[in-house]
Design a protein around this ligand. Structure first.
Ligand code: SF4
Ligand code: SF4
Length: 393
């Protein structure tokens, strides 16, 4: 494995083989791609068989359908639940050894990029990332103007709020970020935002299989964080948080990386944020996979919600480690496999609780579940925890 965490099918042979001989299929029980498409080929077990046969030359990787390569959201369920992974002692559970559909599809997607065989939408998002620094192809100046409009300093970089590539281009993510900025200011926290100087964390490039671009983004952001003397990064998105923690090896010992819910809870616990109003609504919290199962942050978001006067928190059946994905990981924001309906299924699960509001802690979950609730014509609101807190201060 190189320092960016990349491996080849050959490096992964042992893990693939242990799945091929096991064949238990436990992992499929909650794999959102499999549950949505009911196709063994997109399940973790199916992916392992396909990848193993590709490695042995029995399948031409170019002939693996896009559906198989792009359905995985990287939700981490299979890695967590796989019977073979659980047999490994704790000290051997390195990411290269664990059986994971996300790792398999990451390798297969990289092979597609190398061969120039990616779906058109993926190619466009990648080109935009290279040209504009964001996958939507929007000029960087928009981000600088937005930061300037918030009156946040850009020159004192001990603590930075890293908003990522969706902001300010996605309307919902932007509202979420603005709510958080307001809360951090009200708490008296001294922080900066780097505007267009912060480049995409690499989360999208990695999900789309662009290894070269991913490595370049890691190096470029690492250099920026060092140059600005950053000591603490507060991430808006769990996807960026996950990438910083997993792959930014050169900054991890000097820079504290936090998801915003951790910081918000810390501020609330220390009475830096006073709640003056109540929120008389029934709320269910959707655990973002990249925050919960992949990084074990389950309690802080719930602690925040439980502290809000009047808020009635109800849990979905699949929650915490077992939470079902919203469908937003992987390439879904740019290239969605036909007929996949993970987001609609999660919205149904939320609806079953009788909640009026789905609270999230991720700009991608916010977008996915908002769209899902609209498609289903549910009278439910989808909002971020930061926005709820911002309403009651
Ligand atoms: S990471 Fe999630 S979506 Fe991908 S194969 Fe595993 S369980 Fe399925
Ligand atoms: S649980 Fe693990 S070993 Fe069993 S089929 Fe799924 S990925 Fe393979």
């Amino acid at each position: 494995m190189n320092k960016y965490g990349y491996i080849t099918l050959k490096d992964y042979e042992r893990a693939l083989l242990s799945c091929v001989v096991c064949h238990c299929g436990l992992c499929a029980a909650n794999c959102p791609a499999y549950i949505s498409l009911r196709d063994e080929a997109v399940s973790p077990r199916g992916l392992a068989h396909i990848a193993f046969n590709a490695l042995k030359g029995k399948i031409d990787p170019s002939e693996i359908p896009d559906k198989v390569i792009y359905a995985c959201t990287g939700c981490g369920w299979c890695e967590w639940d796989c019977s073979q992974n659980r047999l490994l002692p704790e000290n051997l559970r390195r990411r290269s050894l664990l059986i994971s559909g996300a790792t398999i599809t990451e390798i297969l997607r990289s092979m597609k990029v190398e061969k120039g065989e990616v779906p058109e939408q993926v190619a466009e998002a990648l080109n935009n990332l290279v040209k504009y620094g964001n996958p939507f192809g929007k000029p960087a100046k928009i981000k600088d103007d937005w930061v300037a409009s918030l009156g946040v300093q850009t020159n004192h970089a001990d603590v930075i709020l890293y908003v990522g590539s969706l902001v300010p281009y996605d309307e919902l993510a932007t509202k979420m970020a603005e709510a958080l900025v307001n809360l951090l200011k009200r708490a008296g926290l001294k922080f900066s935002m780097l505007g267009s100087i912060e480049r995409d964390s690499g989360a999208f490039a990695r999900a789309m299989g662009e290894e070269g671009l991913f490595m370049e983004l890691v190096d470029s952001n690492t250099e920026t964080f060092k140059k600005y003397g950053v000591k603490r990064i507060i991430c808006l998105s769990p996807h960026d948080y996950d990438v910083f923690l997993r792959y930014y090896d050169d900054i991890k010992k000097d820079i504290e990386i936090k998801h915003y819910t951790q910081v918000l809870w810390e501020l609330m616990e220390n009475n830096k944020i006073k709640l003056k109003r109540s929120y008389q609504k029934k709320v269910t919290y959707h655990d973002p996979c990249y925050l919960g199962r992949r990084n074990n942050i389950f309690d802080e978001p719930r602690n925040i919600l439980k502290k809000i006067p009047g808020l009635d928190l109800v849990e979905m059946k699949l929650t915490r480690e077992e939470a079902f994905c919203c469908g937003g990981g992987g390439t879904s924001l740019f290239y969605r496999v036909p007929e996949i309906d993970i987001d609609l299924r999660r919205a149904e699960q939320a609806k079953e609780t009788g909640a009026e509001v789905i609270a999230v802690a991720c700009p991608i979950c916010l977008r996915m579940l908002n769209d899902a609730v609209k498609s289903k014509s549910y009278e439910m609101e989808v909002t971020d925890i930061a926005q709820i807190v911002n309403e009651v201060i």
